[in-house]
Design a protein around this ligand. Structure first.
Ligand code: CP
Ligand code: NVA
Length: 305
């Protein structure tokens, strides 16, 4: 692994190595703290969009491993505006040992990786959110003890998070169902990628419109906001279309007794998820949020050590 840009770039072995490392780093941290395996290492955190989890979990992850993280806000660099992406990559490579970036255009992540001489980590683009996907697999593993054979249902907008989840599910032997309005499903090219990434022919990937059918089948139920960052102009239209896909008590009444509910957060409570479901007994969303730090430490340890 040279960079961490997409779960589709990983082999199943590389993904499992990250999950195993996340497990051991979390357990080490819980029993008194991590060893400073990244002493004197530094990570630039480049943001073109707001963040709570990604910013704090990467920064604290570096601190726990003995390293240093430098937050660079959207207005500070103005990557692609004040300065070209290749030049930002070349300059930062002389100062730091790694670059984590959150961008609008996925091409900016690809350009950073092309022109940087240090590892680049994707902290969300309009295309995908692989650090979130890794965290979510880790959280499911913690709760269910396995991934293979489980079914994940993603209810709502087919977006950057959905894409990383589908890739991650395919690579770890899970089945994946996306329930979304027809115009808001991931494109067919992603379906093809997911099918190619499967580790077994028996795994299924289904794109359907009925959220009840999806919830009935699911061991893991997932949702995310209906309007992602950068799509704010479509918000009113989306608010009209998506209500049948809200995770509420009526919909969740169709779920298996041991199903768990995940949300990458931030949640728009009252839109894609109600308070009763977000704070209900099946929800593991705060464990999931905390796990960002542990899963990403595995990425940092693998790339920067
Ligand atoms: N889930 C996630 O990436 O959260 P932030 O946008 O707060 O970083
Ligand atoms: N799909 C959301 C995820 C936020 C972490 C967005 O891109 O805004």
């Amino acid at each position: 692994m040279q960079h961490f840009l997409s779960l589709a770039d990983l082999t199943a072995d590389e993904l499992w190595n990250l999950l195993d490392l996340a497990t051991s780093l979390k357990s080490e941290w819980k029993s008194g703290g991590n060893r400073p395996i990244l002493a004197n290492k530094s990570l630039a955190l480049v943001f073109q969009k707001p963040s709570l989890r990604t910013r704090v979990s990467f920064e604290m992850g570096m601190v726990h491993l003995g390293g240093y993280a430098l937050y660079l806000s959207p207005n500070e660099i103005k990557m692609g505006g004040r300065e070209s992406v290749p030049d930002v990559a070349r300059v930062l490579s002389g100062y730091v040992d790694g670059i984590m970036a959150r961008v609008f255009e996925h091409d900016h992540i690809l350009q950073l990786a092309e022109y940087a001489s240090v590892p680049v980590i994707n902290g969300l683009s309009d295309f995908n959110h692989p650090a979130q996907g890794l965290t979510d697999l880790f959280t499911i593993l913690e709760n269910r003890g396995k991934l293979e054979g489980l079914t994940m249902a993603y209810i709502g907008d087919g977006n950057n998070v959905t894409r990383s989840l589908m890739y991650g599910a395919a690579l770890t032997g899970m089945n994946f169902i996306s329930a979304a309005p027809a115009d808001y499903q991931l494109p067919g090219s992603d379906y093809e990628t997911g099918m190619e990434m499967r580790v077994s022919d028996s795994q299924t990937i289904d794109f359907i419109s009925d959220p009840v059918l999806a919830v009935r089948e699911a061991d893991v139920i997932y949702t995310d906001v209906w309007t992602s960052m950068g799509q704010e102009a479509e918000s009113a239209e989306r608010l009209k279309i998506f209500p049948p896909y809200q995770l509420n008590e009526k919909l969740i009444a169709n779920s298996k007794s041991d199903a768990i509910i995940l949300h990458c957060l931030p949640a728009h409570r009252g839109e894609e998820i109600t308070d009763a479901v977000a704070d209900g007994e099946k929800s593991v969303m705060f464990q999931q949020a905390h796990n960002r730090m542990h899963a990403q430490k595995a990425i940092l340890a693998t790339l920067l050590q």
